[in-house]
Every structure is written in structure tokens, then in C-alpha cells.
Design a protein around this ligand. Sequence first.
Ligand code: CA
Ligand code: CA
Length: 585
Amino acid sequence: MQLVHIFLLLQAAVAQPSATVAIRISQLGYLPDAPKVAVLCSIAPIEVRDFVVTDAAGKTILQRPATLAKPFGPCVVNSRLDFSSIRKPGEYRIVAAGATSPVVRIRANAYTGAADTLLYYMREQRSGYNPLFKTVVHTRDGIVVDDSARNGKFVPVTGGWADASDYLQYVMTSANATFVMMMAYRDNPSAFADRFDSRGLPGRNGTPDILDEARHGLEWLARMFPSDSEMYNQLGDDRDHTYWDLPVNDSADYGWGKGKERPVYPCTGKPQGLFRYKNRSNGLASTAGKYASAFALATSIYRKSDPAFAARLNKKALAAYALGKKFPGVCQGAPGRAPYYYEEDNWVDDMELAAAELYALTRDRAYLRDALEYASQEPVTPWMGADTAKHYQWFPWHNNGHYEIWRNANAADRRLLAAYYKKGLSAVVGRADNGFRIGIPFIWCSNNLMASFATQAYLYRRMTGDNEFREYEQAAIDWLFGANPWGVSMVIGVPHNGVFAHDPHSVVAKEMHVELTGALLDGPVYSSIYKNLLGISLHDPDEYAPFNIGFIVYHDDVGDYSTNEPIMDGTANLSYLLAALANRR
Ligand SMILES: [Ca+2]
Ligand SMILES: [Ca+2]
């Protein structure tokens, strides 16, 4: 214990900013032909005229003026140091205003392997057989609640992933995670390796690991939608938060005794919540659309390798879509004892994606018409351009549906779909005149928004060849890997020699002394949000205190569940972008 403690103190000492001026960079490095910008952040007023770049021998190879931008957060001086003209792979340093950057790497393989690294966290989050604990966790899932026809019935729904550092499980996030991982594989199969088996244990099994993980999700989703009249949405509720314990000895008591069965919530089309707080559910389509899109894409992926599995999922895709058409509206997360739940308010995005996948699968033009109609109802994911949103109000964070329709659409529809993406990107960019070029709102899970903004910008660029948003796309990627006020990579262990969270809000990390490699954190939030959350406090002195004086905060502290908690859906969501970047130069 003592050694671990000393180790953590040393880590804190390394991360401690030594001065009031910092040069923030992407610790993953920069692709030779990509925009390359470091960001200077000074928490005291200074003048920054120019910067120099030195090569590995210490020789100055570039001197340029810094570009002053609007102050941002703690950075009263916020400048962009653009070294895009350097294309030669190598290691460099950037010096400005007396500060020196960490080593800047330019390399063609900057993103190689990064998408696969995310899967370490996905495997660690597995319910059912868990390769970290080498046993089955949560074996008694679960008993149906909030369903007058089936209350008290046992349904076998073990599997899937814990949503974050608690052990709740949602179809909403899990179906999207499953979908994105399959999409990442479909578009960039060479980005993924085969080093683990289907249980997540070391050893190749002839299947790319991303598909091992997607299949783990699909099998749980199939259990959660066992028949056309039983569409389940959630496993467990926030009574889970009563105890801070490991998944193997989860003591949560849902009325059947500690560590016994967990509740399974169906979609009912009506407001849900067993206690004081109720959600605003009014339909099935948000969940039905997510089931249908994941099952439809899976049908095409498994058609050759496992036709029986594909046929079973094909049937479920059609059934889920039909339920979504019949019961429009949202099926939100169900609150337990606390007022926090997933407040998803949009469902046309989910039905659009489902229709797009069913069209790709069947070529039945009725699905294409549906998809385009749904797309026209919500061309822009509504958080884009906004200051705030409710918790997971607009989910998924970006709408893959526009891109999925585009893949099989005619020229006129392609232009329309690209214009939808452009409108959303423009709205975010309109707020991004700071030195970090960041225009997202810093609500809870801001890193999800960052990853989704970058993904949408990437998809738009791929669809159109238009580089209008390239600088902002790269800025969002760089932010996630260290070009942020704190100089912290928001993905644990990526890169391995970088600065990242060592004290995440996770009982597994804390009690097992393991690094949650590959986990994307929630990310910084408005300081007003942090101050108003229930039961939040830091356990240790804040090593990033000098940079936590602005309108947004981030703490590497187990006590901060708002900024330092790893998130399953965000981690999976990032797999598409990192796989795509690994295949570019
Ligand atoms: Ca494998
Ligand atoms: Ca939605």
C-alpha cells in the first residue's frame, strides 16, 4: 500500500505544472499531412510574439509568429502555434514565452493501434464472463419490474457491459456502442488486430477483437429483446450506487436481498420510476431504433460467417423497427432513488439510422424514404450550437444515420445529407474562436461531445472532400489527447508514456490497483455543474489547481464522478474515429 501511495505522489509531482505558462500538444502525435497546432495557455497576462520549433538535435527549424486567440477557461492568454508546415516525421520541441512543450511527435502511424487499445476498457467492463476477474459477474440478472403483465418474472439477461463505474446497463448506450464498433470495423477493418478470444482472454481466435466485443454486445441485446412483445431497456437502477464495491461482489439490494437479482425495465411508452422521480418516456422508438440498427448492421456482417446468428438478428431488426414505427417517442433511462437519469429526448435520429441500415440490407426503397423523412425532421443533433443540454438529452451524440444513408443515396440526397452535417458543424464552430478552437458545451460527458464533433467533421470531410472544418476536427482530436488546459490525455494509457488520469472515479481501478487502459473519461465540465452535484468532493489535493480557475474544471481524483469517471459508451464511440485515423497518412 505504501509503495502504491508513493507511486501516486510521484505521478502527481510529474503532472504538477511548474509555471504559469504551458504549451499543450497532442501526446499521440501528428500525422505528417494533417494540421499541426500546439496551444499556449498562460494563466497570467504575458505577451507572446512568436515561437520556435527545434528538432531532436536541438536545432531551430522553424520560427513563426503565434496567433493570439480569445481567452479560454483559465488561459487568459491563449495562442495557437501552427507548425503544419513541418511534415518530416521526427521528434520536436516547441518553445514560446519561456515555456517548452513536451516532445512533439510527427509520424505516419500516430494513431496505429489506438482503436484496439480502447477495447481493453470494454473487456474490463464486461458483465457475464469478465476477463479481468476471470469469472462470471452478475449471474442473477434479472427480474422484470414496472410491467404489470410480467412483474416478478425472471428473464435471463446476463451479459453486456457495465455503463461506467457503476454497474447499471442500458440498451440505449450499449446498442449504440455495439453499432459504432461494427461500423468502425466495416469501414476500417485493417485497423484492428486479433489478440484476444471471444471471452476477452489473451490469445487469438480468428476474429478481429473489435468483432469479439461487438458480438458480446449483440448477444446481450438479443437477450434484452427476447420476443416481439418484450423490449427491455435497462438492467439495474441507481440503487446500485448504495455500495462502492467490485462487480464480483456487488452488494446492491433491489428488494430481493444484497447481491441478488437486479431489476429489468421494459420500454412501456409511459413515464417510469419506481420511487419519487419519474422520467418522461412516451414511446418505444428511441430504443427500438437502436436495436434495429445494431441488428441490421450485424446481419450483413455475420451473414457469411454465422448465417444462423445473422438470420436471428435479421428477424429481430425487422421486429424492432416495426415497434418503433408503431410506438413513436422516447424510452428514457429509469431513475431509482436519485434525480439523475438518461433523459434522451430524440428518437427520429435512431429510427433514421435503423431505416438506413434496413435499406442497406434489403434495398427496399420504403426504408430509404423513411430514412430521408426522419433525417429531415432532425437534420442537426440539437446540442450542436447550444450552451447546455440535459443529461444525454440528444443521443447518440452525433447522428451516424446521415452518413449511413449517404453511402447508398443518389447525388441530390447526398448533397442534402452533407448539408445537414455542415449546419451542425458550423453551429459548433461559431462558438470556437478560442485558442483551443473548441465550441462544444461543457455539460456532463463533454468528451463524448468532443469525440462526436470530430467524428461528424471527419464523416463530412469524407463525404464531400471539403476541408472547411479540418482545423476544428483536428483540434477536437488533439484536445482528447492532451491539447487542453490541463495537458491531460482523456483516454487512460493513451499514449502509454503520456500524462493521463491515475486516479479515475472507479472502484475497480482503486481497489484492484489496475490501470483502466483505453477508458475515455467524462471530461471537463462547467464549474457551475461541478459545484452543484450531490456528494462530490476531492479526496486529494488537486494537482491541476492552477488550471481549474476558469469556467470549466477537470480533476484527476477518484472523488470527482463528474469529470474523471470512465464511460463505456464514449469509449466505444471513439473507436470509429481512431480506426479511421489509423488508416490515413
Ligand atoms: Ca479475437
Ligand atoms: Ca436519439
